[in-house]
Design a protein around this ligand. Sequence first.
Ligand SMILES: [Zn+2]
Ligand SMILES: [Zn+2]
Length: 330
Amino acid sequence: MTDAAHDPEADRWNHRPDDLVTLNPVFSWPLNPRAILRWYSGAWLQITALTVCFAISVMVYVLFLPPLEVMQSFAFGWMFTIWLINMVPQTLVAGGLHWWLYIRRGQDMKTKFDRRDLARNNGTFTFNNQVLDNIWWTLGSAMTVATVYQWVIFWAMANGFVPTITFASAPVWFMAWMFFIPMWSGLHFYWVHRLEHHPKLYKHVHAVHHRNVNVGPWSGISNHWFENCMYFTTYFVHLVVASHPLHVLFHIYFQQISPVLSHSGFEKLIPKDQPAARAGDFFHQLHHRYFECNYGTSEIPFDRWFGTYHDGTADATERTRAYKKQMYTR
Ligand SMILES: [Zn+2]
Ligand SMILES: [Zn+2]
């Protein structure tokens, strides 16, 4: 491993995490039970994207989700509620994080990956402004597509067209499926994302997301319409796999709100002196800087299996640049 003090890659960042990018140890051989326990307790027993999304889904299920009987036929009331349960949490989390990190500058540059501020007066972005661009593609494009897909899923569940469960009818499956949803999401994301990096699709579609080389909370799902149409097909798994409405909600928030945290641009949230929560994801931050690496998530190590894993070192940057060159000169 290269010494960080002499690693040219270190100079490219304001903050680079001490541990290089780690991957889920479940897929490392021989199995290391301690590392696996640390990985999953780190994800489920602290304030993380996963636990925040789970808490939001429970709250929305208890307080706001219309009962399935109400969703048996398409009607304005419940369909509008579904749109709101997408829009309101997204706006509160992305808006709140953006306010704390970039307007109030509550923790200044502490654990901020990139030295630069978000772009203004830049013609690359819709409205010449990165934040307004990202808000438009999130609340306009992403929320619309996500809501339409969810209308279909809830309507199908309400009518018994797809297998549904209750906690009492299948408690073990209920818990297991909740646990596997992030993994399913990671698997689906990897393949859709890989496809979007095909040079043609990239140029016309995925480039909208990659305008953000330096990312902020609103960049999370700031995607082109066509990208959103593909990205949110992940929800259609609930048309096949027996689910409870709470599974759908957890999937929704994991898919829509965890990218807000992972694109926040900061590794940790530090409300006072001590870090209170993990936020940013250096694994994906590297994807935004170097493009042709880390297509997946650290949940399932597809990138290591297929040779596109960037662990944050200078060697990996060299490898990624060479790979990109051959991709575009073929
Ligand atoms: Zn990408
Ligand atoms: Zn991204």
